[in-house]
Ligand binder design. Structure first.
Ligand SMILES: Cc1cc2nc3c(=O)[nH]c(=O)nc-3n(C[C@H](O)[C@H](O)[C@H](O)COP(=O)(O)OP(=O)(O)OC[C@H]3O[C@@H](n4cnc5c(N)ncnc54)[C@H](O)[C@@H]3O)c2cc1C
Length: 390
């Protein structure tokens, strides 16, 4: 766009985060005939580590993320006060830097526009620094917005890369270490061993409120490291700048029509389209699925309607997970929430994999709910009755 006030392309993707970056990569690989632009004011991918289970991604879609994987492990662990387990399931991390490199290599010069869109419409956008870009389709991938129409609890966290003198001894990811003191709802520590001395440590809370006290949680990360007997050489913040914070909605109820009104005819993908797991807040599995089908749909005039129908169907499929959110936040005492996860992690590995992929079968759902859940039954029934489960 440099030097021009108007420009034209086939597909303009607004937002070069996870969903927008993957969509650009898929289109560049499968539809090199299309003129695709990616509008992103910050670094493509940002300062992010996104992780996923192998079972989150269908075999035929793995080509899209394979070049972005920077860490992989064949198993992961969970630790609870009365249950510990290793699950034989591949776990992988991709990074924002890897996404940025892949996008830079795949898209022609000038296709990434380092600017913010100040107005987004189905067939054009206006850039903050001036200029208009017309497109056959604009795809809105601007990520999280405030979700005032959702009823939710929160999964919030602070994560830091720690450098540990002499090594940390953690061989594989610990997806939940809930043996820590419980606070502010369900608390667990998440560990990713990047190399023998570098460990990403994330202190996480399933909390009733979205407030994040970064300093206090940072102190807890330091205390956790001390309790393991680790001697810190430096924290990621000082050394590499690798610090992540997140406040993700754990959705209890919400109306898709209000999240993405039918009157908004701009195509959307990613969190902007409501495409995230209601219990975990994770969006990578859906972002990959959507990016992988985009090349076949890009030429269709009804692309926005197709994407909206898909997002609406995905939202309906998340109903069960929203119901679990109600159990978690409305029926369980905050300091007993960990028992729900402890119980869940006694279930078969296949069921756990399908849960994270958002693909639980009817039998899985019955199994998750069967027996005596560690919540007050009266409260659970009241919580379940109070929403219409849209
Ligand atoms: C710290 C953190 C860690 C997470 N880890 C995981 C994980 O491990 N696995 C997982 O599946 N999910 C994870 N999630 C949840 C979710 O998958 C991520 O938030 C994911 O990045 C969402 O993807 P997205 O593309 O929808 O939005 P984003 O990745 O947030 O991308 C949106 C992009 O749009 C850009 N943008 C915004 N406004 C404009 C504008 N006006 N014009 C142009 N560009 C604009 C932003 O700069 C940003 O780059 C995590 C979330 C957080 C916050």
């Amino acid at each position: 766009m440099a030097g021009r006030t108007t420009d034209r392309c086939d597909i303009a993707i607004v937002g070069g985060g996870l969903a927008g970056g993957l969509a650009a990569l898929a289109l560049a690989a499968k539809r090199p005939d299309l003129d695709v632009r990616l509008i992103e004011p910050g670094p493509v991918g940002g300062n992010h580590v996104w992780s996923f289970f192998d079972s989150d991604i269908a075999k035929q879609d793995r080509w899209l993320v394979a070049p972005l994987v920077r860490h992989h492990w064949p198993k992961y662990d969970v630790r609870f006060p009365s249950h510990q387990r290793s699950v034989r399931m591949g776990y992988k991390s991709i990074t924002g830097e890897a996404l940025a490199e892949a996008v830079a290599a795949a898209l022609p010069d000038g296709a990434v526009i380092a600017d913010r869109a100040k107005h987004v419409a189905p067939d054009h956008l206006l850039l903050s620094r001036g200029g208009r870009l017309s497109a056959k389709h604009v795809i809105d991938a601007r990520g999280a917005v405030k979700f005032p129409t959702l009823v939710c609890g929160w999964q919030k966290f602070v994560g830091r890369a720690l450098t540990i003198k002499g090594g940390h001894g953690v061989e594989r990811p610990v997806v939940m270490d809930a043996t820590v003191e419980q606070a502010d709802g369900y608390r667990f520590v998440y560990l990713l061993p990047f190399d023998a001395e570098t460990l990403f440590v994330e202190d996480t809370y399933y909390s009733d409120d979205p407030d994040l006290d970064i300093a206090a949680i940072g102190d807890r990360i330091t205390a956790y490291a001390a309790a393991q007997g680790w001697e810190l050489a430096a924290t990621g913040r000082e050394e590499t700048g690798r610090e992540e914070t997140g406040v993700l909605p754990v959705v209890i109820a919400g109306d898709f029509e209000r999240l993405w009104p039918a009157s908004d005819r701009t195509a959307r993908i990613g969190v902007r389209a409501g495409a995230f797991h209601a219990t975990t807040g994770y969006s990578l599995p859906d972002a990959v699925r959507t990016a992988a089908i985009l090349p076949d749909l890009a030429g269709r005039p009804d692309l926005p309607a197709i994407l909206r129908d898909r997002a609406a169907a995905a939202w309906r499929r998340q109903r069960f997970y929203r119901m679990l959110g109600a159990m978690l936040f409305r029926a369980a005492e905050p300091d007993a929430r960990y028992r729900i996860f402890q119980r869940f992690y006694r279930l078969p590995a296949g069921l756990i994999a399908r849960f994270y992929a958002g693909r639980s079968r009817t039998a899985d759902k019955l199994r998750i709910l069967a027996g005596k859940p560690p919540v007050r039954v009266g409260r659970a029934i009241a919580a379940l009755r109070s929403f219409d489960w849209q």
